[in-house]
Unconditional design. Sequence first.
Lengths: 348, 293
Amino acid sequence: MSDGKPTITVCDATLRDGSHAYSHQITLEQVKAYATAAEAAGFNFLEVGHGNGLGASSLQVGESLVPEGEMLRAAKACLKRTKLSVHVIPGFATINREIAHAMDAGVELFRVGCHCTEADITQRHIGHVRSEGREAWGVLMMSHMVSADILLEETKKMQSYGAQGIVLMDSAGAYFPADVTAKIGLLAAKLEVPVGFHAHNNLGLAVANSIAALEAGARIVDGTGRGFGAGAGNAPIELIAAVLIKQGYPTALDLYKALDAGDLAAKLFAGSLPESNGVTIVSGMTGVFSGFSKPVQRAAKQFGVDGRDIFFELGKRKVVGGQEDLILEVADQLAKRSKDAGQTPPAP
Amino acid sequence: MSAKKLGVAILGTGNIGTDLMMKVLRSPVLECRLFAGRNLSSPGMTKASLLGVPVSAKGFQSIVDLKGELSLVFDATSAMDHQKHAPVLKELGLVAIDLTPAKVGKMCVPAVNLAECLNEPNVNMITCGGQASIPLAYAIKSANPGVEYLEAVSSIASRSAGPATRINLDEYLQTTEQGLSLFGGCERTKAILNLNPAQPCVHMQTTVMAKIAQPDLERTRAAVAEMVARIKAYIPGYQLVLEPMLENGRLVAMVRVDGLGDYLPRYAGNLDIINCAAIAFAEAYARQRTAQT
């Protein structure tokens, strides 16, 4: 069965994307327990830190309970085969501060990301990581917002800066399988480095989209235990393991341990596991960053407006990840508008 | 008439330099005697030539050559270049307005410390996000004892961020954070910058957030309103879009900056805010010199 199928690199983002689902309150005990499970399962990389990556603990996107250096060191101590990775967004994280500290903590892979049209802001960070002898990938976030051609142009820049892998993130969970096929297919055909896909489940398509990515030539796939991630969550990594095995990709994953990792995530983060609801579906429909779900629901309550209206308005404004402050402005406007009209605003 | 104007030069012909040139041309007290860069066919140079401004492709050397006709130099090159220019300008007795994050001289936010800067040989205009956020941080500090932490988030249109801005994001963050600390009277600060490629282009927007043990919302609102009025005197497009409010344990206030549309369109408030601040300083300096002579 496995004849001709390529080996797939599996990245476990539970302790990074899951930070969004947990309002960035992941504890050291949870880090250690889950990292041990990820190591046992044989995932290639484990990504750890704030949902928005290094240096992102802030009032804007939420403060982390545990300083990132402590999280990284705790995870690193539990890993042997599985390598430690971080998400890095220039504009949040700086080379001299966060990247230097992460290197001290033993991070092996830096996934340097930016909004899908802004690859040139990653040049220095990718270059620096490579010059220090660590592995660097380029990540385009919110990649549903532009065409395959633009994604190719941007990822070629990242490749020229030294990126050793490229990941397209469906940060808003807005892709349909045909979009994945077109975009991943083009990148896999044209880039020299391996290409990967990071799914969100806002439209219920995380696993289907991940399969489409593999079939289109992706060599890297992201998942999280029980889908623990922003919005309606990610592709559950235990299902990714099942897919790889059933589809005959050669893998060193331990199926039962991968399934156990999913079960452990469910136990560790019980009560905060992502679920599909009206707000996450609208997040996917409007193509607004999944990480906005919790702050939108909070603002909806405080301003007495409908969270779904906030998402539709944010979608019209084409906000990008990191612009969480606009949630309050939009909620304030909607509240004033409905007050002026003397009624709740009509659904779009 | 022009003899009474202060002779200035602009070094650097990118977005910032070209926009500055157009603002200087409008000034009743400043005269642009030189627009200096490296490439006579750059869009900024072309614009300057069309407007009849003396140009040179000899860069910093052309300023040294013309020193007798100049009193003040706007440096819109890069932090690394300004480090080299600063000592020479000082020796030549030319006031330097530094629009790079080099931080050689005193940090200046006209709405907060203009008078203190007028006798400085070199003033640093911090960053666009700094000029937008620091006045708010200062107002918040003045209304609340015990600000524990300050944060400034700016979003700007991708098209308004030139190559120098993009390659210098780390310096932008660091310089903005230092400015927030200095003026906000608070050690722990953080700056975040987002680039948004949406079409039509988004207008610059800046949010200041603070952690304060016992925030006084009424006093904060009054202090912020007063500060916004003071800034509007030199940056007409500066407007409060979210009055100070408390949410989820943080104090939040948000402004939008519409540019004057001099060189880049009105969305590029980030260009305007730092350039209007630089012009405000230069004009105040020119008026002080006239008053003294």
